[in-house]
Design a protein around this ligand. Structure first.
Ligand code: NAD
Length: 265
């Protein structure tokens, strides 16, 4: 399977390119970067520290997407929407890991997914996707006598907050309680907030160092507290999941899929 990586010089882009190179049955068809990036024009293999590959990092996403069977995109929301439109035109499988998408960006993904298979997940690790399923189940069983708080920590370079995974966990908890997350979420607290409203789902964001991604979902009641958590210690888990998603999506009808579909959870 020919897989291209947009944003191939990013933290995840490098991981993804290496993962494709190491996966049997997959070939790395090329990589792009944003115009002006130092990586443009460099040999992709050399960028990864894996010797010369003969494929140069380009900035022409249209050609990369047209020539690949699947493209993996961990870039920025604006770039992802653009890539989704291109993937729809050529009916190329698209795997999207970019977080911080607005409702309009997500609507653009849904439109593109009427023409090609797109897998979109805030977190491609198997462990986190199990945590999502467990969170939904626990929220359904425990009910709103248990206050739900979601705490996440990431490295100092992360630009969006709360993390896409934390919001995904909030959505899973809200689904379990049969409410819409937008009606109950509190994404940050500051100053005189008053007492906690019943049914609220709260988020707390920590940033620092090189933390790859820690998430804890707390269910706090009078007299007890349940905590479900996940800690990622290597970005390789996301890259492995994304390549698995690309292989799964090949041959699927057009649609917007999640990692839960890929894993059959
Ligand atoms: P990063 O800043 O290191 O990498 C992003 C790369 O995209 C950069 O190299 C940038 O130049 C490139 N880029 C931006 N616009 C582009 C364009 N138009 N064309 C081509 N390349 C372009 O960031 P990162 O840490 O690799 O994270 C990237 C995204 O992936 C973030 O949204 C992050 O939250 C998300 N992420 C998701 C998961 C997951 O499992 N879903 C895991 C880790 C990170």
């Amino acid at each position: 399977m020919k897989i291209g990586i947009v944003g191939c010089a990013g933290r995840m882009g490098r991981m993804l390119s290496s993962e494709v190179l190491s996966t049997e049955g997959c070939t790395l068809s090329g990589g792009t970067e944003r115009p002006g990036s130092d990586a443009v024009g460099r040999d992709l293999g050399e960028l990864l520290g894996r010797g010369t590959l003969g494929a140069m990092v380009g900035c022409d996403a249209k050609t990369l997407i047209a020539g690949a069977e699947a493209v993996i995109d961990f870039t920025s929301p604006t770039a992802t929407v653009f890539h989704a439109q291109l993937a729809a035109e050529t009916r190329t499988v698209l795997v999207v890991g970019t977080t911080g998408l607005s409702p309009d960006d997500e609507a653009a993904l849904r439109t593109a997914a009427t023409r090609t298979a797109i897998v979109y997940a805030p977190n491609f690790s198997v462990g986190v996707n199990l945590l999502l399923a467990l969170t939904e189940q626990a929220a359904a069983i425990l009910g709103d006598d248990y206050d739900i708080e979601i705490v996440e920590m990431h490295h100092r370079m992360k630009v969006d907050a709360p993390s896409g995974t934390a919001l995904g966990l909030g959505r899973a908890a809200a689904r379990g309680r049969r409410v819409a997350i937008e009606d109950v979420w509190c994404k940050a607290r500051d100053g005189h907030t008053g007492a906690r409203p019943k049914g609220e789902i709260g988020f707390a964001t920590l940033r620092g160092g090189d933390v790859v991604g820690d998430h804890t979902v707390m269910f706090a009641a009078e007299g007890e507290r349940i905590e479900l958590g996940h800690k990622a210690s290597s970005r390789a888990v996301f890259a492995k999941g994304a390549v698995r998603a690309a292989r799964w999506a090949q041959g699927q009808p057009p649609g917007l899929y999640s990692m839960r579909d890929v894993l059959g959870l």
